[in-house]
Design a protein around this ligand. Structure first.
Ligand SMILES: C[S@@+](CC[C@H](N)C(=O)[O-])C[C@H]1O[C@@H](n2cnc3c(N)ncnc32)[C@H](O)[C@@H]1O
Length: 305
């Protein structure tokens, strides 16, 4: 369907009109949702409200408000950008929400969407016996997991580590955005290489874990994200295998390791039959997140080698 801009600008008048038009065009273009929203309607709401500089939780009273001509142009431009460029809406708005908190995002980091948010909100019950003194968010990207942990556990010190300096720059901007500079620091590190001698009560990680088959069949929106954040070898587990071999020496005696591996969970479970992974369940969706205690790792990795 080809619609002229000028015609659209005169026919579409209210906030409701623009959301409806956007949702229809998104469905028609078969856009992929899943980077923070799960429907064309929600995606259109996000982009329209953002273009109008309105909070994302506006009530329905806004739907009949009329847009100025200038606003119509701006809203249409953003909705069209989502279709033409096939990039996640969060890269257009520059913001994503995780565990009820806003984070700066751009194409240097993955769009936050880990189900680990739910566990943070529950204070990692029942896995942590007490508030952790030191937390490592390994493979931090935007810093969303570590910063949400810092806000949940105000007396914890949190390190955010990543191999990508670009990602760490975004994480640093989020540390400043949330005013947690005295509690949270970034560390440039390939796995634990930059963290020699450091020990943590909680290591939480959403590392790259997508296997080659899944990577090849991913919609365009994923290819807008940094490749280093998604793939990890043929079975998606190159990073996690290294992590399991080294994690134990970076955990305190009562430490806990919590890692997301998504669809690669079954392959991991098969490869480490002696490790007593606990696979967690989520109310808001998601799967493939395991917990291991330092004690479990100590005993079983010895047998594995
Ligand atoms: C799946 S993204 C997760 C980002 C963030 N934790 C989140 O949940 O949105 C994985 C991150 O791991 C980082 N990464 C990849 N390989 C790494 C390595 N060897 N050591 C440290 N970080 C790595 C990538 O740069 C990317 O930021």
């Amino acid at each position: 369907m080809i619609e002229r801009r000028e015609t659209l600008e005169s026919e579409l008048i209210s906030v409701r009109d623009y959301i409806r038009w956007g949702a229809s065009r998104f469905n028609q273009a078969k856009l992929f949702m899943g980077h923070g929203t799960d429907s064309a309607w929600d995606e259109a709401v996000q982009l329209v409200l953002h273009s109008l500089h309105l909070p994302r939780d506006m009530g329905p009273e806004i739907l009949d408000a009329r847009l100025s001509l200038c606003e119509r142009k701006e809203v249409l431009a953003q909705l069209e950008r989502r279709i033409q460029e096939r990039i996640p809406a969060a890269y257009i708005t520059g913001e994503a929400w995780f565990s009820g908190l806003p984070f700066n995002v751009d194409s240097r980091v993955l769009v936050p969407r880990s189900p680990i948010a739910e566990l943070i909100e529950q204070g990692f019950e029942p896995w942590l016996k007490e508030e952790p003194a030191r937390i490592l968010d390994l493979c931090t990207g935007s810093g969303c997991i570590g910063i949400a942990c810092a806000l949940t556990f105000p007396s914890s010190q949190v390190d955010l580590s990543d191999i990508s300096e670009d990602a760490l720059a975004v994480a640093q901007s989020n540390i400043e955005r949330h005013g947690v500079d005295d509690q949270v620091a970034t560390v440039h590190s390939d796995l634990f290489a930059g963290l020699k001698g450091e020990k943590y009560d909680l290591i939480v990680s959403n590392p790259p874990y997508v296997n080659e088959d899944d990577l090849a069949s991913m919609p365009a929106e994923y290819h807008a994200e940094p490749a280093i954040g998604l793939g990890s070898g043929k079975d998606g587990l190159d990073f996690t295998r290294r992590l399991l071999a080294e994690a134990q020496s970076h955990l305190t005696d009562d430490g806990v390791l919590l890692v997301e591996v998504g669809n690669s969970w079954a392959a991991l479970d098969d490869q480490f039959p002696l490790l007593p992974f606990t696979w967690l369940e989520f109310e808001r969706g998601g799967h493939g997140v395991f917990v291991l205690t330092a004690e479990q790792l100590r005993g079983q990795m010895r047998q594995h080698h």
